[in-house]
Write a protein that binds this ligand. Sequence first.
Ligand code: ADP
Ligand code: MG
Length: 183
Amino acid sequence: MKKAEARTKGLNSRRGLTEAERNRFDASIASKVMDAVSSAKVIGCYVSFRHEVSTHELIRKMLEAGKQIAVPKTLPDHLEFHLIGSLEELKPGIWGIPEPDNDRIILPSQTDIMLVPLSSFDEYCHRTGYGKGYYDRILPECRMSIGLAYECQKCGLIETDPWDQTLDRIITESRVYLKQQPE
Ligand code: ADP
Ligand code: MG
């Protein structure tokens, strides 16, 4: 499947979930993520917006568990990660997405795990984002990447470009996918 088609399908399916479904799925995903990050110290995590798998409660729980959490600021051509103490310190940035406003910048290579949003995925952990390649640019520096998604965003095999980064793992409300080679 072409990336553009996968992106549209994933975003439309995600938009079709009811609020009750989203809440239930978010809780299930957050619980699996807490297990996955148990031995990590520094975690990069997107701040969810609109219909993305919610990370707000998850970020609160990870901070409570003593994790160092870095969230992205969207610059014109790259994501810059800043450590935060709480979600309350975030301010609306580009497109209204809450973002950090401090000088506690860390490099993607300093994170133990990077939690990544996506528009669609396939069972081989191929990912499409929102068409700007932001995560394709930082993931090569990250030690470990985990995509957060709803099962309805899953597509058939996605055709990838040379710059597309396969995720190490994808967590949905019902399954965990691990990176593997298509047969
Ligand atoms: P997404 O991954 O967000 O769905 P694409 O994979 O279609 O989006 O990438 C969008 C654009 O970002 C492409 O035009 C691509 O050239 C650019 N891009 C992706 N990765 C890099 C990179 N490592 N360096 C420079 N440009 C990149
Ligand atoms: Mg890409």
